[in-house]
Design a protein around this ligand. Sequence first.
Ligand code: PLP
Length: 454
Amino acid sequence: MKTERIDLPQHELPCKWYNIAPDLPRPLDPPLHPGTGQPLTASDLAPIFPMALLQQEMSNEPFIEIPDDVREVYKYYRPTPVFRARNLEKALDTPAHIYYKYEGASPAGSHKPNTAIAQAFYNKQEGIKRLSTETGAGQWGCALSMACSIFDLKCAVYMVRISFEQKPYRRVMMETWGAECFPSPSERTATGRKVLAEYPDTPGSLGIAISEAMEDCLQHDDTHYALGSVLNHVMLHQTVIGEEALKQMELAGEYPDIIIGCHGGGSNFAGMSFPFAGRKLREGLNTRIIAAEPQASPTLTRGPFAYDFGDLSGMTPLLRMYTLGHGFIPAPIHAGGLRYHGAAPLVSLLLNTGVIEAQAFHQVECYEAALLFARTERWIPAPETSHAIRCAITEAEKCKLTGEKKVILFNFSGHGLLDLSGYDKFLHGELTDYAMPDEDLRQGLASLPKIPGG
Ligand SMILES: *Cc1c(COP(=O)(O)O)cnc(C)c1O
């Protein structure tokens, strides 16, 4: 069978990121100061982020130039290919055309370097010497460690303890690139010590690790903090994915009817879909745009749209987003990158205004989809990515029933070569689903801060 790989020549690497802010159906609700509850100013955030990123965070310009130094580093692995999944289509016997954009080609193995490289660059430019961050399963920690080594910055990563202990390989990658990696909760911060005193056996959570990384940043004058998802500037940097995909679909001579990305904090989903969502909003297209999330952490499908903190101890700004409550600790599914209580405010607003939709999937059905994908298209997907694949297969199966020849495009956010233990369990029938009980939702939502009108 013919392999349909749609490549962009290197000189077509986008020169600009796309900012969806000016195309939104209504403006974003302002981020609020965690102490006062008043709208935040750029100077409130100056101790943790460089000015260039804060300007992007609040920008209303539709396009923002990608610095030449960042484009040069992107050329390591960009433009990334789009593939037509002919073998998968055949196995499903569907009239749908399925395309996927392969973001597993970066040195870190996922889409995350698209923003890590930009963030390291702007921090370096402003004279910062060290970055602190958190990581769940380790993909973001790896991406930032790699980017820091390019721009000669030190890097401190707080890694959710259960992953630190059960998935050592990403820690080894971070250390190989010269970063320091600590299990979170750690004894290095007040938040870490408090959680350890109360729950010595805690598996940790992203919310705890964010608190620790922010504390580390505030304790060190030469250090800024970096976040791998959720914030507007992260969504912005990731749009290089969708900007490329727009051109690649043009080369393929098709325009997607359905666009899909898996959703943890929203960055790969936004990166792929925002350029298409912008066209939908400006030109009145009826493209369906679907965020695929886990049933064990169903932020978009079951959470309220409310102001909440991004971390456990309430150090981050309050953001209006879909949330399960900052005290919510998701079940230990293998898709560690999707275990987050909140969602990007930009993605949340698009969901709230009906521009996009969300669907939740169980762990086992996602592994089934990943296995079919690996046996037809050969790439072994990350457990996070398997949610997008499950969603794409479900839509393609609907096309089989209706006979519709829909064009489906999904983002392949990363490869699963360091996540084989989940496959091992699945192949031996040891994997189970975790549906989130209503009681956990009630408890998580009890942690929502009381904001007037929020
Ligand atoms: C981190 C990660 C995700 C989830 O994060 P988003 O910000 O929602 O994209 C998804 N897929 C992979 C491979 C990841 O590493």
